[in-house]
Design a protein around this ligand. Structure first.
Ligand SMILES: Cc1cc2nc3c(=O)[nH]c(=O)nc-3n(C[C@H](O)[C@H](O)[C@H](O)COP(=O)(O)OP(=O)(O)OC[C@H]3O[C@@H](n4cnc5c(N)ncnc54)[C@H](O)[C@@H]3O)c2cc1C
Length: 452
């Protein structure tokens, strides 16, 4: 490729796409390279999709700063991009006296982090808010600002907006080598060589491997798996708030939450693993998760499980985000964004943009007006296309042929069936594709190639 870019972002997870968006909107000539057939092929494809306030983040940390900036920007832009917000609030429930004693400390930390609307709940207040909750809960802490968002549409919208501002996204373009010559990086990819003045490593689960292509990595990715159990749609009526446990130093713990797609889920676990690609699930863990969900919300015993999934956090040996610029090497690293990157991504992009301006060149003070690129709604609580008619192809999730066709068009058509699922919800329902996968696949191929 003879074109030369100002910036090459390696990795199209939510972090890379948010960075691409911000830098493209600042007028830089930017490209993003993704090894998968579609965007969101790594950690960003399977998470809990909670929009966090940062109430329990390490005080004064970069993670807190990015999360709170990301949270604010998400609320600011979401209507222009048609991004949903399921306003749930969260409750940290105490299930024994020891946990109850910790609530005060959590409240103090939240206030120190600028989250001032937290409030302790007595068992009676808890029951009024959550009548289905087990009577074993001894109290809780309400965090009104915690919400649920769509894990897939948000990064897709960032990608579309980046493209509208001139960015390129190249998929199936794994970066396998990097050499710095004269004043630019030359990246070897499966789609040819890409040249850019500055490289931004946002390779998530492969952050250390990509770092090693150019410099000695200061960190090692130690993937941390999180398994989830998803209950069928009727379960969503049983709980209003996100139900959080009292967190430990190592993990936020297992959460019971409504999904944006109208289900109720429990997870994630936190398991060290060597898996970097596909996260596997195991029956014993899933049974434990299911049992814990029923313990907290007894009515769940009558609801079927619809799906199981697992995600991989790009954890490293340190808990803080690793975001740094190396001026001598024309390199920016955005790594180790393990548990809060969906919330933090827009804030991380702001931080990376400031690093760019400090080390590599001024960015225009006055930005051109944003070009808004709204995405189709996938959220269950808002109007969906099938409500206006159309031929339904996936009956569990009410996905229409029109949605499948639309997902094969535009500036970033679905790269494969997994990408199609993330753009439409097709095959992710009760039958898990048992009845519809063949029809969905045929509709996808027909829309792509015009074949039947
Ligand atoms: C179980 C779980 C629950 C979570 N819950 C939440 C939550 O509720 N709220 C929240 O805010 N966050 C949550 N997160 C965190 C969030 O999902 C991550 O922080 C985020 O997805 C990290 O994104 P990333 O872009 O850094 O990495 P990734 O998504 O891994 O993106 C990196 C991309 O780089 C690509 N790549 C790798 N190597 C190369 C190469 N050599 N060349 C080209 N491309 C390459 C990969 O294919 C991948 O697409 C959760 C995460 C997990 C796993």
């Amino acid at each position: 490729m003879s074109e030369r870019f100002d910036i090459a972002v390696i990795g199209c997870g939510v972090v890379g796409l948010a960075i691409l968006r911000r830098l493209a909107m600042s007028g830089l000539k930017a490209v993003a390279l993704e090894k998968g057939a579609d965007i969101l092929s790594g950690a960003s494809k399977g998470n809990s999709a909670l929009l966090h306030t940062g109430f329990d983040a390490p005080p004064k940390s970069l993670e807190l700063k990015c999360m709170q900036a990301g949270y604010a920007e998400y609320l600011d832009i979401r209507q222009n991009l048609n991004l949903p917000l399921l306003e749930t609030s969260a409750i940290i429930a105490a299930w024994n006296e020891e946990e109850k004693a910790k609530l005060e400390g959590i409240e103090k930390k939240a206030r120190a982090n600028g989250v001032n609307d937290v409030k302790q709940l007595s068992p009676t207040e808890l029951r009024i808010r959550e009548p289905q909750l087990s009577r074993n809960a001894l109290g809780g802490l309400l965090v009104p600002g915690e919400h649920v968002i769509d894990p897939w549409s948000a990064p897709l919208a960032y990608a579309h907006q980046a493209i509208a501002h001139g960015a390129k996204i190249i998929r199936k373009a794994e970066v396998t080598a990097a050499r710095f010559e004269k004043d630019a990086w030359h990246l070897t990819t499966a789609q040819g060589e890409v040249t850019a003045r500055i490289v931004i490593n946002a390779a998530g689960l492969y952050g250390d491997k990509v770092e090693a292509l150019a410099r000695t990595p200061s960190f090692e990715v130690k993937p941390r798996k999180g398994q989830f159990v998803v209950f069928d749609k009727p379960a969503a009526k049983l709980l209003r708030a996100i139900l959080l446990p009292v967190p430990t130093a190592r993990t936020k713990g297992v959460v019971l939450f409504r999904t944006i797609f109208g289900n109720l889920a429990i997870g994630p676990t936190a398991e060290e693993t060597d898996e970097r690609e596909n996260a596997t699930t195991d029956t014993a863990t899933l049974e434990k998760l299911k049992a814990r969900a029923i313990e907290m919300l007894p009515a769940l015993k009558d609801v079927d499980v619809t799906a199981l999934y697992a995600g991989l956090r790009p954890a490293t040996q340190q808990s803080e985000y690793i975001i740094e610029a190396d001026e001598k090497q024309n390199w920016i690293t955005a790594a180790g964004i393990r548990s809060t990157g969906l919330t933090g991504s827009l804030g991380i992009a702001q931080h990376v943009s400031a690093l760019y301006a400090k080390h590599f060149g001024k960015l225009p003070k006055k930005l051109p007006p944003p070009k808004w690129t709204p995405v189709p709604n996938l959220a269950e609580h808002a109007i969906r296309p099938y409500m206006k008619g159309g031929e339904i192809i996936c009956h569990c999730e009410w996905v229409t042929r029109g949605e499948i066709e639309a997902a094969t068009k535009g500036p970033l058509p679905a790269g494969d069936l997994a990408g199609l699922k993330r753009r439409t919800r097709a095959t992710m329902g009760r039958c898990q594709g048992f009845y519809c996968a063949q029809h969905v696949s045929a509709a996808f191929e027909k829309a792509k190639h015009g074949a039947s």
